[in-house]
Design a protein around this ligand. Structure first.
Ligand code: FE
Length: 337
């Protein structure tokens, strides 16, 4: 039984059941599979899980407002840029765990144990199968090439996924070249940024643009949709995994860390360790068709038979957060709306 609170419930802390042992998760994730995940944890450990769901920034502000009285043990969110924001606000405390050290790759963990990645999402390029030859584009860098003038759909710069993508280019090339890239990309836009990632894929399918940048799971959602029109959209586009002959595709994470002052610190660490187990890895990833971070963990069904041997950018994802303010400034300077 999962105890779920609603954001805005004034007396959340007092409303908590007096379970023998429990852990309180503030989560910006909301997938049905998460309930099964927490139930499994309770079965294995006897520790009850209470979940408060909300928007990432809301949850961070809430933890700050609650201060020492906060019941929050774990803060969970998506994108290293958002984990960094939480880190920057002083939300997390460092933890040490042999299990996490052994199971979670360094690349997706904070160097000081402030947070850990538990699933991965790839930011990819989709192309209109009729109008575009996929051999013409190999890298993210290519997106700024003036061969592609007026051909690219990508969402606005306020979106954390694009901020993190630019942050990865800053990590690779430095801010001068990254700014030049961002300018080139903006100059190549087919239309002014609008909508979410799915809308970019739809734009490419409809021929409004030849190329669209989007996270892989939005495409898989269309491909596996119950709606035949969605599946048709997916069929009209192909996928390019960028930089496979170089540093690899841009991979971001869903992750979590232990909150500074967590009242149930030990239980919180146990829950994070549980999330690194094979079965939990599959379930955690399955909610959003993501890749597990643990190398040999079983894949969610929708990813079985899809691309697997992908070279991933090996930059530590904490760099995406560190470079976030620079990325945001560059986007503003080049007029990426
Ligand atoms: Fe998303």
């Amino acid at each position: 039984m999962i105890n779920r609170w609603l954001v805005g419930l004034a007396a959340a802390a007092v409303a908590l059941p007096a379970a023998a042992e429990s852990v309180n998760v503030y989560s910006a994730r909301h997938y049905d599979t998460d309930d099964r995940l927490y139930e499994m944890f309770t079965e294995q450990t006897g520790i009850e899980v209470n979940v408060l769901e909300g928007d990432s920034d809301e949850l961070i502000q809430r933890i700050k407002r609650e201060g020492d009285a906060s019941p929050a043990d774990i803060m969970m969110t998506v994108d290293a840029g958002r984990l960094w924001r939480a880190e920057d606000e002083g939300i997390f405390q460092p933890i040490e765990s042999d299990v996490l050290d052994e199971r979670i790759p360094d690349r997706v963990s904070h160097p000081d144990g402030l947070w850990y990645g538990f699933s991965q999402r790839l930011r990819l390029v989709f192309y209109n199968k009729e109008n575009f030859d996929p051999d013409d584009l190999e890298t993210y860098e290519d997106l700024a090439d003036d061969r592609f003038k007026g051909q690219i759909c990508i969402r606005s710069s306020s979106n954390i996924y694009n901020q993190s993508l630019l942050a990865s280019l800053i990590a690779e090339h430095g801010q001068v070249d990254a700014k030049e890239w961002a300018q080139g990309l903006v100059d190549n836009l087919a239309r002014s940024p609008q909508g979410g990632d799915t809308d970019q894929i739809r734009g490419a399918a409809a021929g409004e643009c030849e190329l669209a940048v989007a996270n892989h799971y939005y495409y898989l959602r269309l491909l596996n949709s119950d709606d035949p029109e969605d599946r048709e959209v997916a069929e009209q586009v192909g996928v390019i995994f960028p930089n496979q002959d170089g540093r690899g595709a841009h991979a971001n994470i869903g992750g979590a860390g232990v909150v500074d002052g967590a009242p149930n610190r030990e239980a919180a660490i146990k829950l994070l360790e549980f999330l690194a187990s094979d079965e939990a890895q599959r379930l955690f990833a399955e909610g959003n068709n993501e890749y597990p971070v643990v190398a040999d963990a079983p894949l969610p069904e929708t990813l079985q038979g899809w691309h697997q041997d992908i070279v991933l950018d090996d930059v530590n994802v904490s760099a995406l957060g560190r470079n976030n303010p620079t990325a945001v400034r560059i986007m503003d300077e080049v007029g990426w709306r």
